[in-house]
Design a protein around this ligand. Sequence first.
Ligand SMILES: O=P(O)(O)OP(=O)(O)OP(=O)(O)OC[C@H]1O[C@@H](n2cnc3c(O)ncnc32)[C@H](O)[C@@H]1O
Length: 171
Amino acid sequence: MNILVGSRNPAKINAVQAIFPHAKIDGIEVASQVSSQPFSHEETLEGAINRARECAQTKKGVMGIGLEGGVTELSGQIYLCNWGSLVDEEGNEFTAAGASIPLPEEVANGLVKGKELGDIMEEYTQQQGIRKKEGAIGVFTNQLVDRQAMFSHVVTLLKGQYEFTQKRMAE
Ligand SMILES: O=P(O)(O)OP(=O)(O)OP(=O)(O)OC[C@H]1O[C@@H](n2cnc3c(O)ncnc32)[C@H](O)[C@@H]1O
């Protein structure tokens, strides 16, 4: 099985490798075609789908996976939101959402002012490249769920739906 992941972010590529251990996996740069800081479930989902579609269209016989991180406003708070999309070799599309937790007010304030979460988290933690490592979800869950683990769950949900469809078609 050949899988193209629409990102070079190791947190995303390693999540796919963990769930598809026997697949040949490559990460490629694609256009999410949404803003660099998606600000709703819809926009984050759209980014994931666009990434997966572009990957699947790059080569025949490959599966495309897109993973997108964003934020969304809910009941007066800003939440992390995460989405994934899988487009299989036949063009069937699957989607799944990831974990969502509220962000502290000081982080949310920066987002409302138009800053990107990745930049805010670097300032907040005084560390570089947080989005490629534990991510905001790792920081604010005391490292119990890091970005790779969170995206691994999304990829598991995608793989499960794909396998269910394959099984049904074989019956
Ligand atoms: O290289 P790509 O695949 O684009 O990975 P990314 O982390 O930069 O991009 P995403 O599209 O997943 O996320 C959109 C923005 O939100 C930021 N972001 C999302 N989730 C995050 C997290 O858990 N921790 C830190 N930054 C996050 C990220 O840095 C981007 O600015």
